[in-house]
Each structure stands twice: as C-alpha cells, then as structure tokens.
Design a protein around this ligand. Structure first.
Ligand SMILES: [Zn+2]
Length: 284
C-alpha cells in the first residue's frame, strides 16, 4: 500500500469529522460517521490516484488490485428482468426513449435496456475504464470511453448500477447527472444498504476496499436524492446471499481474502433499487 497517495476526508454525507472505525480490509479503513451513520473510506486514495485507477482498472494504491472484472452475459438477463418490472409503464407507452447508463462497464445494462426499449430508442453508455468500454464497443454497443461530463449527451433516463460506492462526492455527481437529464427525466440507482448494517459482520462478503469509498443506507440515498432535486418514485430491496454467492465467498476465503461468511439467505444485507424523478424547475 502506497501511503503517500492517501488523504484524510470528512463525512461525504454530512461533512462531519467525528467517526469510529467500522472495518479494515486490505489495510484500508472504513469508518462510521458519528453524526449521520454514513460509512466511508478514510483515509482514501487521492483524487488523481482514483481517477487513474478507474481508467486503467488497476488500483496502484492497493498492490495493483485488479478491478477490471469481465463481461457477464447472465447480467443482461438479470437486469432485463429487473428493469422490465421497474419501468413497466415506460415500455408499455411504446414511445422511443433515450437512456444513458453511467458506468456502463461491459455493457450488460445497455444490452438489457436495448432489448426492452421501443423501436427508435437511443440507448448509450459512458464508461471510464478503457478495457471495459472497448470490449463493449467490439460487441456493437454504443459505449463511449469517458467519465460523465459536459460532452455527455442529454437523455430522458439514466442508470447508475453499482456506481454509488465508487464516488467520493455523490452530491456533485448527482448534480452532473441532473445536468444531463431532460426536465422530469428519471434515474435508476442500484447500490447496497451496507450503511445501515449494525456491524461489519452483517455484510456477507468483501467490502471491496479501496475501490469502494462510500456505503449508503436508505436514508442517506434518499437524502442525497432529495437535496439534489430528485423525488423518489419507488424503492425495492433484494437479498443477494444465495447458495452460489456463498460458494464464491468460500473460494475467496480459501485464497486468503477478507471475507465474512454467512449461511445462505441469513444476511440482513439488501441491494436497494431506487427509481427517482428529476423535480421540475420551480416556476419563476
Ligand atoms: Zn456524516
């Protein structure tokens, strides 16, 4: 671990500075804010180091931890089922839409949305990690190698699938998302509820430090959305700790990773899936 690249930080949710140690993984510390309960990596790799890791898929600050993953075809079917239900009203309208997946990875969500969206829709993604975006383009998907930014095209719908925990300043990030969404555009967010678990042992698996820098509870996610101009439309929760998940953890544990083991389906941890709508601008 290259300690020179680490910097201390205040709570990304309430800016408070009091905290207690919550978990240690790969030598990195996650702390719990004493004021609001938010969990965050502290100290954390500095912005330049994180920016580079996200583009290259390797964490220089963590013994070259590989975060590039791989294309998972089963994720296409999984997100197709999730989004078919969550946005049933949109598909039924049968009117072309524009959808942007932010942090699109290998493009599984872009594929899933493309298979649901009415003909004539524009479904695109932005993904800063070069290897992922390139692989997605090679499969014919419209995914640009980029961070969300001023060049990102505007859209009616945006999705953030497992992006939350990678973002240092989610307030600033949500303002950028609001900037690319059309008026009354909609946002879909998926992230875990680690931020409301009582102890580290309630999370069945690895926290993914230092790649993951922040962990929300439902109140934090709702607060971030509200104060950045979004109204929550629906919230779904799902457990992930089935037999296959537990088996993967057995293997990770066997190769020496910091994994907490739970019997299948016994963990209180849930994935949160939130649909939110950008608030209409206040009339002058
Ligand atoms: Zn706080």
């Amino acid at each position: 671990m290259a300690s020179c690249e680490l910097e201390p930080c205040a709570c990304p949710y309430c800016r408070g500075s009091n905290h207690t140690l919550w978990a240690v993984e790969r030598g990195f510390r996650t702390v719990k804010c004493s004021d609001c309960g938010f969990l965050y990596l502290n100290p954390r790799p500095n912005a330049a180091s994180r920016h580079q890791s996200t583009q290259l898929g390797v964490h220089g600050a963590a013994d070259d931890m590989d975060i590039s993953e791989r294309y998972l075809p089963k994720k296409v079917a999984q997100y197709r089922a999730i989004l078919r239900e969550c946005f049933a009203d949109v598909w039924q309208r049968d009117k072309p839409i524009s959808w942007l997946d932010i942090g699109a990875g290998y493009g599984e969500v872009v594929e899933a949305v493309s298979s649901l969206a009415p003909q004539g829709s524009a479904v695109i993604g932005v993904e800063p990690m070069q290897v992922k975006a390139r692989a997605a383009r090679q499969r014919g998907l419209n995914i640009v190698t980029a961070f969300l930014g001023p060049e990102t095209p505007r859209c009616e719908f945006a999705s953030l699938i497992n992006v939350f925990s990678h973002v240092n300043d989610f307030d600033a990030f949500l303002r950028d998302v609001a900037g690319v969404l059309e008026d009354e555009g909609e946002l879909f967010i998926e992230t875990g509820d680690v931020g409301e678990l009582a102890t580290r042992d309630d999370f069945p698996g690895e926290l993914g430090l230092p790649d993951h820098v922040a962990f929300a509870g439902s109140k934090h996610l709702a607060g971030f959305l509200d104060r950045n101009g979004f109204d929550v439309v629906s919230v779904q929760r799902a457990s992930i700790d089935g037999y296959l998940y537990t088996l993967k953890n057995v293997i990770k544990r066997a190769v020496g990773r910091d994994v907490v083991m739970k019997m299948p389906y016994r963990s209180p941890y849930r994935t949160m899936r939130v649909r939110a709508k950008k608030r209409a601008p206040m009339p002058r």
